[in-house]
Design a protein around this ligand. Structure first.
Ligand SMILES: [Zn+2]
Length: 143
């Protein structure tokens, strides 16, 4: 099953959650406060991102929220110069995967770094933002 976030616009990545909609509220509320949180299985301790209701390791259904912090390390990235039709008219952009706490991989836009100077292993910071419509999202910026 593909767990990757879907791209919707230049500035916004949306996550597909496998948990009841009422529970995702905690994630978005935390993000509005600048915190990236996710779920940890209370049975086996497995941490998932995006948040999940059913543990992929032990199938446990009880979980707690943990703060992932704001530190990240760049794993890989894609710099897009030739945007698909739905992105036409936008500037170049960079999508990155970075490792955060507990070895979790997070996908987000990478800002403030020229693609030529981005290197795997470089230290990044997760920064919470709000779209023009007021929807919270997050990006990676250089630490
Ligand atoms: Zn578990």
């Amino acid at each position: 099953m593909d767990e990757s976030p879907q791209l919707h616009s230049r500035r916004t990545l949306s996550l597909r959650f496998d948990i009841p909609i009422s529970k995702t509220r905690e994630f978005w509320d935390a993000l509005r406060e600048g915190k990236l949180i996710t779920t940890r299985c209370t049975k086996c301790g497995n941490v998932s991102f995006p948040p999940q209701a059913d543990c992929p390791k032990c199938m446990g259904a009880e979980f707690e929220w943990i703060d992932l912090g704001t530190e990240a390390s760049l794993v890989t990235f894609t710099h897009v110069r030739m945007a698909p039709a739905s992105f036409a008219g936008n500037d170049d952009y960079t999508i990155a995967i970075a490792e955060v706490k507990d070895g979790l991989k997070v996908l987000a836009w990478l800002e403030g770094v020229e693609a030529e100077s981005a290197k795997p292993g470089m230290k990044l910071r997760i920064e919470a933002r709000a779209s023009k419509e007021g929807n919270p999202y997050y990006v990676f910026v250089p630490a």
